[in-house]
Design a protein around this ligand. Structure first.
Ligand code: AMP
Ligand code: MN
Ligand code: MN
Length: 334
């Protein structure tokens, strides 16, 4: 049995024996952590478990209205509660559990379900498969081992998880296994077309206003291979927008011909800057972001930095130029 199978079995065994289970995703939740968490939560509830769903930041409106069960996700840490089993979903480092890290520490057993590159073990059962395109793939395999039939609601949540983390099945991590799992989900009769419209074709108007402002800040390195943009709180508040309204703008500069790396510097509520890294053909951005105490995947990563925006930009762009030099210039990595 492969390690992945052994860990999946161990996780299924632990979950089957537990009475109450807490599930938690990462800060600034995305479709993968929410969809994965909700699907697993539905399966465990079907098994008669007491399930608690947590998110360190509120569920973005887009997902709150799309995903079944999203209204049951709590953002506050309950007092006097120590979970029997705590499952961390789509989270590479404990810090990304935000205020729920202490809840995890109070639990008897910790299961990690993740697919990030370079994550480290902070649980008792550490299921981290960077070859999975989304945590949703692993949750699909986990539910398969539980004594419960996958229903349409669970399948829909997993479809959203996998679809969003792969940019609609476009990114490098997508493999035949991704499509095989997705085919099984579609066989449950889920409204996939509806989900795609809601995810990609329909946004509040303010999202386009934020995009417009952010695009005005677009800048390119002299070599034309790095593009970056920024967003500060003043601009965000001036548009009456929230953080979630800027989700997705990160990818735009990457589509410029010749650009290998796109960077997005967005200011958070506490004044620090979240830096998002997106590469196109070859640059390992997990490695690059880890130089600034962040991480992620080969083609999408992030970190948080403190200081003046101009200085943060300079540090990151300088490091990126060196990384580009080191990793070569051939864009045709297919
Ligand atoms: P984002 O730019 O927020 O969409 O993040 C891209 C990828 O990098 C996601 O898979 C995140 O989980 C990961 N990531 C983002 N920020 C951090 C961070 N501060 N530390 C570790 N991983 C991160
Ligand atoms: Mn995620
Ligand atoms: Mn993910």
């Amino acid at each position: 049995m492969s390690n992945r199978q052994e860990l999946l079995s161990a996780a299924a065994h632990t979950l089957s024996r537990a009475g109450d289970i807490a599930l938690c995703g990462h800060v600034m939740p995305d479709g993968d952590c929410l969809g994965s968490m909700l699907a697993l939560g539905l399966a465990l509830r079907r098994m008669g478990k007491n399930v608690y769903l947590f998110s360190p930041d509120p569920v973005p409106n887009q997902y709150a209205t799309l995903l079944p069960g999203a209204a049951g996700v709590a953002v506050e840490v309950p007092g006097e509660y120590a979970p029997e089993v705590f499952v961390s979903v789509d989270c590479s480092v404990p810090a990304r559990l935000g205020r729920f890290k202490a809840l995890m520490d109070s639990s008897k057993k910790i299961i990690i379900v993740d697919h990030h590159a370079g994550g480290f073990n902070f649980g008792h059962i550490y299921l981290n498969e960077p070859s999975a395109a989304a945590a949703g793939e692993l949750v699909y395999e986990l539910i398969d081992l539980l004594p419960v039939e996958m229903d349409a609601d669970m399948a829909f949540c997993l479809y959203v998880a996998i679809n969003t983390d792969t940019g609609s099945f476009r990114y490098d991590g997508v493999g035949s296994h991704t499509h095989r799992i997705t085919a099984r989900l579609l066989e449950k009769g889920i409204p996939a077309g509806y989900a795609n419209k809601k995810i990609y074709e329909e946004k509040p108007r303010v999202c386009l206003q934020v995009l417009g402002e952010v695009l005005k800040t677009l800048d390119l390195s002299r070599c034309g291979r790095i593009a970056w943009m920024h967003l500060d709180r003043k601009t965000l508040h001036g548009l009456n927008a929230r953080d979630e309204h800027a989700d997705g703008v990160t990818n735009y500069p990457r589509m410029i011909e010749g650009v290998e790396l796109a960077l997005f510097f967005r200011q958070l509520e506490d004044g620090s800057y979240k830096v998002s890294f997106r590469s196109k053909y070859f640059l390992d951005v997990n490695k690059l972001a880890s130089r600034f105490k962040g991480g992620g995947h080969l083609r999408a990563a992030g970190c948080v930095m403190n200081g003046e925006l101009a200085e943060i930009k300079r540090q990151v762009v300088d490091a990126a130029l060196i990384a580009l030099e080191e990793e070569g210039t051939d864009e045709r990595h297919y």
